[in-house]
Design a protein around this ligand. Sequence first.
Ligand code: CA
Ligand code: CA
Length: 161
Amino acid sequence: MKVIFCLLAIFSVAAAKPKTLSELGLQPFADGQYLLSSFISSWVDASNFCKSIGCALADVTTEDEHLLLTSVYASSIPDRVWIGGTDLGTEGNFYWGQSLEDFSADVNLTFWHAGEPSGVTLHGIPEHCVQYRRFNGALLWNDAPCENEYQFICEVKPSVC
Ligand SMILES: [Ca+2]
Ligand SMILES: [Ca+2]
């Protein structure tokens, strides 16, 4: 009886179809280079979700990439959306969660809004995770409390996926 039950269980797993991107709550944009979630998550859950499908929270490592997201595809980006930067670990040392590359010193390749990263909210809550936020229409980086839930952008990494 146990054997039959196991066989049935294996059969039902094997028969399960892989989920489509839309079933996963993801909308591809920029020729499929990025996936925008339709649901909200904390930064850590968003990062783990992207990893679970073989991608990573987006790392914005060139000016072209920043302009692609914020100019060409600006209408696809919500007013607040998590990307892969964080200073969890050492305050002020921002790095990309997937590559662990530290970008805090690279002022030519950071796209913070004036006054950001602020490090804390007006109420003193620590801000360790990076998002694009629309400031007067312009999408720029802001650090925000990691436990806050926002939509997020997974980046498809051919080297990883
Ligand atoms: Ca990237
Ligand atoms: Ca901030």
